[in-house]
Design a protein around this ligand. Structure first.
Ligand code: ZN
Length: 342
């Protein structure tokens, strides 16, 4: 089969579109014929080099396709069914997995990170990862959803415990996680403030329901938040930008507000003034992906049309280098897709 692999870490030039052996599914696995795969910033980090990645390595976390083959021990699925893939690897038998806390499993990793991913024509996965999806979505839409929507749902609902009517500041409203978080916060009838680097992107964010937009190149985030919230600050900040926005995010919180972070795109070393942490009673919380229950919950809203996938651009798998460059240049509003197809 064809796949996108890296044999060394580096820039887009290390991505190779090449022939690799077909995977041989185990009896407890399902073989999926991949139709579409979305890019995430994780693909860029893995390509540049992360600990635990064994070379050569197949990239890609978010997969949608059709069932090609079903292992003897698997029940409840049929060949030809349109499915998306839970973008996570977990052991399925430790106490955390059995408690439904898959993202706390010691073996937990994101598909395409420490295990081979879905930038390929065929992928073999445990039946637990396979989720059929309805005809309302095409393959690109389906593959654009899982990682960013489960991440945003876990951040807002699982970790920050969002309540109806709260005010939420969502950094990077044009990113995959930002687009998901805006819609989820609106589902909870929150007031949403978001940031982006251009008026065109802010307009699209408003189209998804954002109440206020801040252009982070022209305006100071905490100053605008103070104006919008009558000097009070926000209940929740959704962070994934990292060093470039950390201080502004903390300044934007109200007393006893919650900052939840799932990423550090602009750098991971930040400072915390402990006096502010305790005197303002802030909660600074980390979040990583989500659980299978949360994925299924957020997919229910997607399938019902209450949350919408946003696809920006589709590249054929053979043009994966151009797709990585496009994502790195941050020109998109929504997800960048790799179309695999046959
Ligand atoms: Zn486990």
């Amino acid at each position: 089969m064809k796949a996108v692999r890296i044999h060394q870490f580096g820039g887009p030039e290390v991505l190779r579109y090449e022939d690799v052996p077909d995977p041989q599914p185990r009896k407890d696995q399902v073989l999926v014929r991949v139709q579409a795969c979305s890019l995430n910033h994780l693909d860029l980090w893995v390509r540049k080099g992360l600990p635990g990645v064994k070379l050569p390595h197949i990239l890609g976390s978010d997969v949608a396709g059709e069932i090609a083959e079903i292992g003897e021990y698997v029940t409840g699925l049929t060949v030809g069914q349109r499915v998306l893939v839970a973008p996570m690897h977990f052991c399925q038998h430790c106490p955390k997995c059995l408690a439904g806390l898959q993202n706390q499993c010691r073996e937990f990793t994101v598909l395409g990170n420490a295990v081979d991913g879905g930038n390929c024509e065929l992928i073999a996965l445990p039946a637990a990862n396979i989720i059929p999806f309805p005809d309302v979505l095409d393959f690109n839409q389906a593959a654009s959803v899982p990682l960013v929507f489960v991440t945003a749902w876990h951040m807002l609902v699982g970790i920050a415990r969002v309540r109806p009517g709260q005010t939420v500041l969502i950094l990077g409203g044009s990113s995959g996680v930002g687009i998901a978080a805006i819609q989820i916060a609106k589902l909870f009838r929150c007031r949403v403030i978001t940031t982006a680097g251009s008026e065109a992107k802010l307009e699209k964010a408003r189209g998804l329901g954002a109440d206020h937009g801040i252009n982070h190149y022209k305006q100071k985030i905490p100053d605008e938040v103070r104006k919008i919230t009558n000097k009070e600050g926000v209940d929740i900040v959704v962070e994934h930008v990292g060093a470039a926005t950390w201080e502004e995010s903390i300044k934007s919180l109200r007393t006893a507000g919650t900052l939840v972070t799932c990423g550090a795109t602009t750098g991971s070393s930040v400072g915390v003034d402990l006096r502010h942490l305790f005197a303002r009673q802030l909660r600074l919380l980390g979040s990583y992906m989500g659980t299978m229950a949360e994925l299924n919950e957020v997919l229910g809203h997607i399938f019902a049309g209450r949350l919408k996938p946003v696809v920006d651009h589709v590249f054929p798998m053979s043009e994966v280098r151009a797709a990585h460059e496009y994502l790195e240049n941050s020109q998109m509003f929504g997800k960048v897709m790799i179309e695999v197809g046959q």
